[in-house]
Design a protein around this ligand. Structure first.
Ligand code: AMP
Length: 283
């Protein structure tokens, strides 16, 4: 596995790969790898000739007071893990190379970003779409893989690619969970033992909601109230939002249907966690 830091060198590599007829899969990340990230990389390997994983803790997608400074960074450990997953290139640029002095462009998807995490984290998705646009131009992937754990992010990036006629296939990967159900996240490392127990409430609430829908519940409002009540029953869990939305428009629903997704964001101690589930099994 090759490690490339310079955007120019990355593009030169991508041009050579494309010219020799190879397809490129890309997995954009912020590092601090866990099994979820590795699953995306393996999917890349199975879908393209070459796989590039980027590691970039993107300053412009963090708001003031968020965890940009303390976000875990360990290139050596991550490099070892990416190599075992069969990644061909680890692209790890510096903030100064990604945003040189005088950088003045923002890529912004409207509408889809007004709700859910976009409402709680103003400017976050502009940071995400801007960096992903840059990464796509630098790495020139044929396809890019994103986790459904960040459900809104996947929807926003899919929209950006459609709206801008970008010739990159966006592929969603199912949420990878710990054995007890907790959605894997780099931020789980911040949790104390007690907080980790409380954090389990998120995935449990998803499972319960699915069971309620299977048992015939059709009211989104009722299910949201029950989910909130369940989460509030756990110490240290502070709800940011519980929403049921249409999976494509991300608009709130009143009645649950086959396109319904339940999403939750909550703070456990000082750590912000998210989880989501479709409410009917996918066909
Ligand atoms: P991050 O480094 O946390 O920004 O995540 C990089 C990519 O990995 C994003 O597409 C995430 O959605 C995805 N990802 C993170 N955690 C998981 C998980 N538990 N299951 C599936 N995908 C994930």
């Amino acid at each position: 596995m090759e490690i490339i830091h310079s955007p120019g060198q990355m593009t030169a590599w991508a041009n050579r790969a494309r010219q020799s007829g190879k397809t490129i899969a890309m997995v954009p990340t912020m590092g601090a790898f866990h099994e979820g990230h590795l699953a995306l990389m393996r999917m890349g390997r199975s879908r393209a000739d070459l796989t590039v994983t980027s590691i970039f803790v993107n300053p412009i997608q963090f708001g003031p007071g968020e965890d940009f400074d303390k976000y875990p960074r360990d290139l050596k450990r991550d490099g070892g893990m990416a190599a075992t997953a069969g990644v061909d290139v680890l692209f790890a640029p510096s903030p100064a190379e990604m945003y040189p002095t005088g950088f003045q462009t923002t890529v912004s998807v409207t509408g889809l970003t007004d709700t859910l995490c976009g409402r709680s984290r103003p400017g976050h998705f502009d940071g995400v779409t801007t960096v992903v646009a840059k990464l796509f131009n630098i790495v020139k992937p044929n396809l890019a893989i994103f986790g459904r754990k960040d459900f809104q992010q996947l929807a926003v990036i899919s929209k950006m690619v459609r709206d801008l006629n970008w010739d990159v296939e966006i592929v969603g990967h199912p949420i990878v969970r710990e054995a007890d159900g907790l959605a894997m996240s780099s931020r789980n490392a911040y949790l104390s033992e007690a907080e980790r127990q409380s954090a389990l409430a998120l995935s449990k609430s998803m499972q319960q909601a699915r069971q309620r829908v299977q048992a015939g519940e059709t009211s989104a409002g009722q299910l949201i109230e029950e989910t909130k009540k369940f989460l509030q029953g756990h110490p240290g869990v502070a709800i940011d939002y519980v929403s049921i939305v249409d999976r494509l428009t991300l608009l709130d629903q009143t009645d649950i249907n086959r396109d319904s997704v339940l999403l939750v964001a909550a703070r456990v101690g000082t750590t912000r966690l998210i989880d989501n589930t479709v409410l009917f099994d996918e066909q």
